[in-house]
Write a protein that binds this ligand. Structure first.
Ligand code: SAH
Length: 315
């Protein structure tokens, strides 16, 4: 999965195969930018501060966020430096056209020390998983050989109840990234991704090609491979690293709490009718439970004695 996705993101235009929240509605990146501005206030307005994004795609989210920040929180805009974590040279080029003064990193670990706010939308789901199959005696691991899964006995202890034949997925890079970020002082991270609220067995590996589900093992490197994010496992990793954990909260609830509807309302009033319709339809798609509002979730980790970030206040 790691090699297939590295080839895929390096060579293809992923946005021909799937569409993401920032590409659906400009309000998404804008309210995430305003979210970051409030977190910066709560952190005591550190300057300089790193505003980072992991897996920024075309750079749309960060561009929208910076526009909203410049208008609503010019002090924050003046204090921040943009750092992007991106492995694909092709997507780095796309990001450079939108955010020319960013600094790029191939890995989370090379982000500069010091106060940091990090955003990541649909980043964790692209990281490689391992699949284990429950057997009567223990676990087998899935490997890929000649385009098909083969099972090999695995020496692993998985603390999750599963019936023989059921699959359990583990995403070690996601856990390592969250643990690393959780151990950084003065760091607040917001992850938006899809997955269940509680860890559960299930095969969630999926491939998208041209906007349609495809066979995950066919033609490696030509389809986008993703798996559900195991938020409970990431919460555990973050707590071990010493951070406070918030969520996961359904994306629709989070966006309502941080004011997307009011922002879209304001934008739509000033826009020509066709654009106003697009804004409203886009925001609905992000928020409605049967669209992206429930499957997608937001999850935050905070290192530092801070109040709950916006959108995660106890109701
Ligand atoms: N956040 C964007 C794009 C999501 S697609 C959006 O919402 O539109 C996943 C992104 O993560 C792409 O930019 C991809 O190149 C990047 N990516 C995938 N694996 C990565 C890795 N191991 N390290 C850094 N970036 C990675």
């Amino acid at each position: 999965m790691a090699r297939a996705n590295a080839a895929y993101y390096a060579a293809r235009n992923p946005f021909a195969d799937f569409i993401t929240a920032p590409e659906i509605c400009q309000g998404f990146g804008e309210v995430l930018g305003l979210w970051a501005a409030i977190v910066w206030q709560n952190m005591g307005r550190p300057a300089p501060v790193v505003l980072a994004e992991a897996g920024p795609g075309r750079g749309t989210l960060m561009q929208d966020a910076l526009r909203a920040i410049a208008a609503a929180a010019p002090d924050f805009r003046a204090a921040l430096a943009v750092h992007l974590v991106e492995t694909s040279p092709r997507l780095r080029d796309a990001q450079r056209t939108r955010i020319p003064d960013a600094v790029w990193h191939g890995d989370i670990a090379s982000l500069p020390a010091g106060p940091m706010i990090l955003l990541a939308n649909e980043f964790l789901d692209a990281l490689p998983i391992r699949q284990f199959v429950r057997t009567k005696a223990g676990w087998n691991e899935h490997f890929v050989q000649d385009g098909a899964f083969v099972e090999q006995p695995a020496q692993i202890d998985i603390p999750l109840a599963a019936q023989p034949g059921e699959i359990v997925e583990i995403c070690e890079p996601a856990r390592a990234i969250v643990a690393h970020l959780a151990a950084r002082p003065q760091t607040v991270c917001l992850f938006v991704d899809y997955g269940p609220e509680h860890s559960a067995p299930g095969d969630s590996l999926q491939a998208l090609r041209d906007g349609r589900p495809a066979a995950p093992l066919a033609a490696p490197g030509t389809a986008d491979l993703t798996a559900h994010v195991d938020f409970a496992a990431l919460a555990h990793a973050a707590q071990m690293g010493g951070a406070a954990v918030y969520g996961p909260v359904p994306q629709g609830v989070f966006l309502a709490q941080i004011g997307l509807p009011a922002r879209i309302d304001r934008l739509a009033r000033r826009a020509p009718p066709a654009q106003a319709m697009r804004l409203i339809a886009g925001a609905r798609r992000l928020m409605e439970p049967h669209a992206m509002g429930r499957l997608f979730k937001t999850f935050a980790i905070c290192n530092g004695a801070l109040p709950p970030p916006p959108g995660f206040d106890p109701a």
